[in-house]
Design a protein around this ligand. Sequence first.
Ligand code: AQP
Length: 338
Amino acid sequence: MNKKRVLSGVQPTGNLHLGNYLGAIRNWVEIQSEYDNYFCVVDLHAITVPHNPATLAQDTLKIAALYLACGINLNNSTIFVQSHVKAHTELTWLLNCITPLNWLTDMIQFKEKAVKQGENVGVGLLDYPVLMAADILLYDADKVPVGEDQKQHLELTRDIAVRINHLFGKKDQKILKLPEPMIRKEGARVMSLTDGRSKMSKSDPAEGSRINILDNADTIAQKIKRCKTDPIKGLTFDDPDRPECNNLLTLYTLLSGKTKEAVAVECLDMGWGQFKPLLTETTIEALKPIQQKYHEIMDERSYLTGVLGSGAEKAAATADKTLERVKGAMGYLPPAIL
Ligand code: AQP
């Protein structure tokens, strides 16, 4: 029986943090053997906010190396760079033309990021979810493992697929497959270290708000030492008045591999002076093997570019078929076969 297909990706913008790892990549690794997986570095998304051309290529390689370092296995998974597969931009155009404008202006992430960009907000930021829909629909993905922040974009992807099927499909013949989000409860929303009510994010100007996967031991220790806590003794999950406490306990649970119940008992009578060194040690130990592997892979540049070259070839073969199917349904004249 054919395995169901998974697609997901991360933008090469800045450093990957624990939110990206626990909300997305770690879950990819855990489920990968059950699925046929496509994991892309979504570099076209990276320019929807101002970017640095001098670092984009290197950042793209870094994310691909981190996928491998975190445990993505090439026996189950294809790793590729989004801009290497031309069908992504072409399908985006076709989808743009059937997507109502108000579907995009309603997107929460657009509204939040547009405020930060002020008058310089570009059309690309508004169109980001349509590009994301193309990324997913090109691969006939069944499941899309993401963090909670992407749920609305997944719903939009489904709406766009329904619209294409409705406008151009035949009764029993769907053109595009409707994907489902795969959002794990634990780690779906890792919060900032400086404000337990906002999500940990690459674009937060406060470096101390996040722990990056590649942070060294001293940096991790400093960030945890300075992170926001509260004056209450005894640490508990799920208290709405203690968002920082819930977030730090959740990080400890996920990084230690212990159950929530075991952590609740272990930390019930602890103060922050006892808990912070424990979280620091656990974080450093959890990230150490990933960091070691990452540096080995980055030192073997030709191996990495080889992985991305064959990944792009395999991805393009799949994506081109979907693109042709959509163009055929929309009535395009196929190119002449010479
Ligand atoms: N804080 C988070 N908790 C859980 N999951 C998260 N993700 C991002 N932040 C968290 C998930 O990581 C994946 C990659 O997302 P991306 O590359 O699109 O990154 P992003 O959303 O741009 O990451 P940031 O840090 O949130 O960046 P900015 O600051 O630009 O908004 C996705 O699956 C996402 O859900």
